[in-house]
Design a protein around this ligand. Structure first.
Ligand code: HEM
Ligand SMILES: *[C@@H]1O[C@H](CO)[C@@H](O)[C@H](O)[C@H]1NC(C)=O
Ligand SMILES: *[C@@H]1O[C@H](CO)[C@@H](O)[C@H](O)[C@H]1NC(C)=O
Length: 357
């Protein structure tokens, strides 16, 4: 009797659980499976992006720029209103206006690259920009598989100028801008993991493609380590606005990354990323999930995350570049111990530029 009642309760619990968490999948005409039939139209777009924009699924210049573009699009937003439609694709649809903003230096290359691909799809500018960022990021080994939500309406107008942080800005002003868009200091640091697959073209125009860490094709935590190393040189034509001394020939250090790594409001979030791949991935994934739907009515979006390719894993320990060790670290977080990191053998490297910049 008691047993029968227990089984009945269990059966009900199983039924209720099935109702809230359906695992049904649809098989698209292309043979791929997804949670929602509306997502089927995206598989051909993913293929188009890989072949026409990302040189066959590479983590190269275009993938990096597509990720940067998603930030510059989405951050045109304020939780208090009046600063644009957020992750609405306005940076692509109104590229003539937004690429002229000072903080968008060099962005015209990726909007020019994306426009002819976008025109071959039926996606809105917002869906296209944020799908491209998710797919481009997935080409980088070590990256988390970013979410992708479908259904952003067409953007109404360009975002206003001065919503995008500049490398010359103070930590206070950068954190204030992130807070105005709804992000905590911790989330701001999480988003800066993107600078592990990044290079600068316009900070010093004499050295296009100068990376921010020694491994710009891998989504590892190397950038969080290298930004803390004692600086000794400028990689190009002397000191430029927004640039501070770098530890390595061929590498650029942004002033903003450095001051954020040193500031008491952010230093421990920064240090926590170092050689902490799974933590960094989940921090970045969560912050990107928020960024990529900023200003959107999320109730109306369809979860098409399963169309995003699964990135290759990265599970090695990171290392100090050759010739560097703990004595070179400008430790700024007093609250927790600095992780133990070994050093690559040999002489200090010169970091090569990212091709195609
Ligand atoms: C404090 C905030 C930030 C500042 C001041 C900043 C500044 C910069 C600058 C100056 C560049 C180099 C541009 C050039 O010379 O070509 C750059 C590149 C880049 N940024 Fe940021 N950034 C910030 C946050 C972010 C965020 C939140 C993301 C993404 C979530 C992002 C993604 C990238 C990527 C991927 C690149 C490399 C682009 C390429 O290699 O083509 N940045 N950033
Ligand atoms: C775009 O929509 C049209 C009309 O519905 C359809 O014929 C076409 O196949 C779609 N193109 C893509 C790339 O999905
Ligand atoms: C290098 O920098 C100097 C001073 O900042 C500037 O006058 C000069 O034009 C720069 N050279 C190049 C090739 O950009």
């Amino acid at each position: 009797m008691a047993f029968a009642r227990l089984t009945a309760i269990l059966a009900l619990a199983v039924a209720a659980n099935a109702a809230v968490a359906p695992t049904r999948q649809v098989t698209c005409a292309t043979g791929q499976k997804t949670a929602n039939a509306a997502c089927c139209a995206l598989f051909p777009v993913v293929d188009l992006l890989q072949s026409q924009l990302f040189d066959g699924a590479e983590c190269g210049e275009e993938a990096h720029s597509a990720l940067r573009l998603s930030f510059h699009d989405a951050i045109g937003f304020s939780i208090h209103g009046g600063k644009g439609g957020g992750a609405d694709g306005s940076i692509l649809a109104f590229a003539d206006t937004e690429t002229a903003f000072h903080a968008n230096g060099g962005i015209d290359e990726i909007t020019d690259g994306q426009t002819p691909v976008w025109k071959q799809t039926n996606l809105t500018a917002g869906d296209f920009v944020h799908l491209a960022a998710a797919v481009g990021t997935a080409n980088c080994p070590g990256a988390p598989r970013l979410e992708f939500k479908l259904g952003r309406p067409a953007p109404k107008a360009p975002a206003p100028d001065l919503t995008i942080p500049e490398p010359t800005d103070s930590v206070t002003s950068i954190l204030a801008r992130f807070a105005d868009a709804g992000f905590s200091p911790r989330e701001a640091v999480a988003l800066l993991a993107s600078h592990t697959v990044a290079a600068a073209d316009v900070v010093d125009t004499t050295i296009p493609g100068t990376p921010f860490d020694s491994t710009p094709f891998t989504f590892d935590s190397q950038v969080f380590l290298e930004v803390l190393l004692k600086g000794k040189l400028f990689p190009g034509n002397g000191s430029q606005p927004g640039e501070v001394l770098s530890p390595l020939a061929g590498e650029m250090r942004l002033q903003s990354d450095f001051v954020i790594s040193q500031d008491p409001r952010t230093a421990c979030f920064w240090q926590a990323m170092i050689n902490n791949q799974q933590f960094m991935m989940s921090e970045f994934k969560n912050a990107m999930a928020k960024l990529q739907v900023l200003g959107q009515d999320t109730n109306k979006l369809i979860d098409c995350s399963d169309v995003v390719p699964v990135p290759k894993t990265f599970n090695q320990n990171i290392k100090f570049p050759a010739s560097f060790s703990q004595k070179d670290v400008q430790v700024a977080c007093k609250a927790s111990a600095f992780p133990k990191i070994s050093t690559v053998a040999g002489p200090a490297p010169t970091v090569p530029p990212v091709p195609g910049s």
